[in-house]
Design a protein around this ligand. Structure first.
Ligand SMILES: *Cc1c(COP(=O)(O)O)cnc(C)c1O
Length: 429
């Protein structure tokens, strides 16, 4: 019988071997796995028999989470990593060779953009293209293009990639299409539906959802024909070609680079994921209402949110995503200092994280996008006064009241005295 995704997730751990009736997959701390028969050990090593050999390459708790991410993404398999960046970096290094070409979105998570720069420095050719327009991506493709990398909704200006158009392009050209689904999560969108070959999720964000564990995942949708991919090494060209890409990512990426997700964090992420759909419903509803309200306030110059009619890719976001995300950004009138405004917020946490249960705000040009400099910020559409909000699941009225009082206090006034810092917080700076 076909069950809904939340039901499926909640009961997933009772489908396999259940220890003591436990409803959660237990946390397996062992690094080593012993076998009575040494031939079994050899068979597991050679991939002829399922099993675990050494904790860096995975353990049963992480494997249970990998199965859940595969269920969420409708994928044939998933490899988890210690962080989202570890997932992206390990995947790239496992699949690319010197002389290969990558087309990446010009609107990327800052650390991914930095990583792409590292690749360019080690002989992988890179072109950044405006991913909101498939024509720009197509114009960037070369005969040696192996991989196209885009995000669903970019952070912080919320550009929505031409996900369908780029999917059709990659399918026609036989290029690996990687979609970072972190901003939408599988609760709003499945990249498989637009032809993605691989799906990346930072599990740290909405999937874990509570800001208490780091993790990342690469899932294979089963749509790409790995038998046609030139960079699969001989040992991984075995069995069903559908599994070749992920096999190489697990061996060359996870095993050789070693950014392994530990069992305790895998457990926390799995527990968080149980409420992913509920949290996304609430956070996205809050984000939409707040975006609409902010847009109407004097003192607010503009609001970027794909759920607003004024958003350049509004129609696309409405068509592709169940809801339009929990992230928005806005610019204040020039007379209001963004730091003064942020300091006037009581409830909202000034923090760089996103996808948390709590609402978080950050002045992006001065923090997470500071390192890249004004020119690249301008190309990414990031204004110097831009404030990014990751909207949480608070009661909506409390959020609006906090923004209302902060606007009230800073509008017109050149600056306001900032609230005194509580002693406990001051000590942790
Ligand atoms: C946070 C984030 C990442 C990196 O994830 P970490 O778990 O922090 O390493 C990658 N892509 C996007 C879109 C993100 O928001």
């Amino acid at each position: 019988m076909h069950r809904g995704i939340t039901t499926t997730l909640l009961h997933a751990d009772r489908n396999g071997v259940v220890e003591h009736g436990a409803v959660h997959k237990p946390m397996h701390a062992a690094v080593a796995y012993g076998y009575r028969a040494s031939r079994d050990l050899a068979a597991v090593f050679q991939g002829r028999q399922p099993g675990h050999v050494y904790g860096r390459q995975g353990n049963p708790t992480t494997a249970a989470l990998e199965a859940k991410v595969s269920m969420l993404e409708d994928a044939v398999g998933t490899v988890c990593f210690a962080t989202g960046m570890a997932a992206i970096g390990s995947m790239m290094l496992a699949l690319l060779r010197r002389g290969d070409h990558v087309v990446a979105s010009r609107y990327l998570f800052g650390n991914t953009a930095s990583l792409i720069g590292t690749l360019a420095g080690i002989g992988i050719e890179v072109t950044l293209a405006d991913a909101t327009d498939v024509a720009a991506v197509e114009a960037a493709v070369r005969p040696n293009t192996r991989l196209v990398f885009v995000e669903t909704i970019a952070n912080p200006v919320t550009q929505v990639a031409d996900l369908e158009g780029i999917g059709a392009l990659c399918t026609a050209r036989g290029i690996v299409y990687v979609v970072d689904n972190t901003m939408t999560t599988p609760a709003l969108f499945r990249p498989r539906s637009v032809g993605a070959s691989l799906v990346v999720n930072s599990l740290t964000k909405s999937i874990c959802g509570h800001g208490n564990a780091l993790g990342g995942a690469v899932s294979d949708t089963g749509l790409f024909d790995w038998s046609a991919y030139p960079n699969i090494a001989a040992p991984y060209r075995k069995g069903d070609p559908a599994g070749w890409g992920l096999q190489q990512i697990r061996k060359k990426g996870l095993r050789d680079l070693g950014a392994t997700l530990g069992a305790e964090h895998a457990h926390r992420i799995a527990v968080g994921a149980e409420t992913l759909v509920l949290r996304m419903e609430r956070a996205c509803a809050n984000a939409l209402q707040l975006a609409q309200w902010l847009q109407a306030q004097p003192g607010v110059a503009c609001v970027h949110y794909p759920g607003l009619d004024s958003h350049p890719q509004h129609e696309r976001a409405m068509r592709l995503f169940r809801r339009q995300g929990a992230l928005l950004s806005f610019e204040l009138d020039a007379a209001i200092d963004c730091f003064d405004f942020l300091d006037a917020l009581d409830l909202v946490v000034k923090s760089s994280h996103l996808g948390d249960t709590r609402t978080l705000a950050i002045p992006v040009a001065h923090t997470i996008f500071f390192e890249m400099g004004p020119e690249q910020r301008r190309q990414m559409g990031i204004a110097e006064s831009l404030i990014r909000l990751s909207v949480g699941i608070e009661d909506y009225d409390d959020l609006q009241a906090d923004f209302a009082q902060a606007l009230e206090r800073t509008r017109g006034a050149a600056s306001v005295p900032s609230a005194p810092v509580p002693v406990a917080q001051a000590g942790t700076r």
